[in-house]
Design a protein around this ligand. Sequence first.
Ligand SMILES: [Ca+2]
Length: 438
Amino acid sequence: MSKTYPSRPGLPPASTASTVSLVPAIAGVSRLVNTSAAQGLGIIRRMGVALLMLGIPVCATAQLIERDHFFRVFSPDKSPPTAQLSRDGFLSWNLSATGGTYVIERAPSMASTGWLHYARGLSTNEQTSVQVVHTNPPPGFRFIPGGRFTMGDILSDHTVAKPVHQVFVSPFFLLAHEVTTAELAEVFQWAYENQLVRIADNFINDLKGTNLVRLGAVSSELRFATNRIGLRRPDRSMYPGNHTTWFGAVTYCNFLSMMHGLNPSYDLDNWTCNFTNRGYRLPTESEWEYAARGGAEGRRFTWHDSDTITHAQANYRSSTNNVYDISPTRGYHPDNASNIPSSSPVGSFAMNHFGLYDMCGNVWEWVWDWWDRYPAAYQINPTGPATGRHRIFRGGAWKTTAERVTNASRYISARPESTVEDVGFRIALPLPEAGSRP
Ligand SMILES: [Ca+2]
């Protein structure tokens, strides 16, 4: 079931794995407990099955990926559910009645007061099973658990993010950070060496002449010199890539799939996506917003603990326009204001509850979808309108004010051939195996 992925450059190092056990359920709550203190990206080395039976932990040897994880699940059933963690990372529990909702919470320690919502959904069978960890995520990627969420402008910040509606998203992997300048240069240099792109008029173009990445602007991160696609400023290798068209972003995904021996997701002749392929691709708009929310419902920003923002939390342009912008420093972020462009190195701010950096600000991020108003009905893994004129990018950027860096914010008027100094992207990857059902 597990698949080994090639490593990617410039990614955080792997850490030691951590241990999981299960402690007795109390008051309708099953607690799945992680007993180690490892931090960072990890790799499963040894795993057993955690099982609760009559309040006694029967077996308590499993190891988790990524940081410390303590899980507990709330169900509509009043009797304590019996839960177990399978060796492939599924949290399963039994209910004496069907129906209703469940909420899984995660915390960094058992004694933590910081239990945060992690995933939610509908209990549709006597036993519900949800994948809460993945045993072998690709380096640099986070496992995003499947679940249901409320999508759109819950806080009335954006009229274009309506109507608010319910969406189920299946689990997937998402790159923890925006694609960096170094990653962008590496993939397009590979494509150049393999005669898959050409340089023309200060653009990297595909062989049909489609503009993929703009090279000539003062704020361009990439340049072409001495037969190489490289960085315009060598000290900015860990800054987010920019000036990439939507066509360039999806082409990057296909090239990276080819480099890694995966089946490319896109047909670049007609710019369609085969979502059953398991190559790299842009997240759908629903996947992006679900990931940005990090398991929380109804929050304005990517963090769980407040609906306000300051420069300590993100790279954006602070102003007095929004009462929820309480930054003591105003204007561009003071750490980056003098840079061209004024982005920050990826991962400069705290990650969200799914382990993702810069879902708020730094650079906007292209997603798959064409722009339109949302449908009102419940959606399962929506992929957006079939046609359109404008592709969406999300999350705001270093040059946008606070209302643009919210979870619900959508930029709706960018043609796919646009290149912008504060727009980049991050990439998703389907699970190599079938995901959880809605
Ligand atoms: Ca961003």
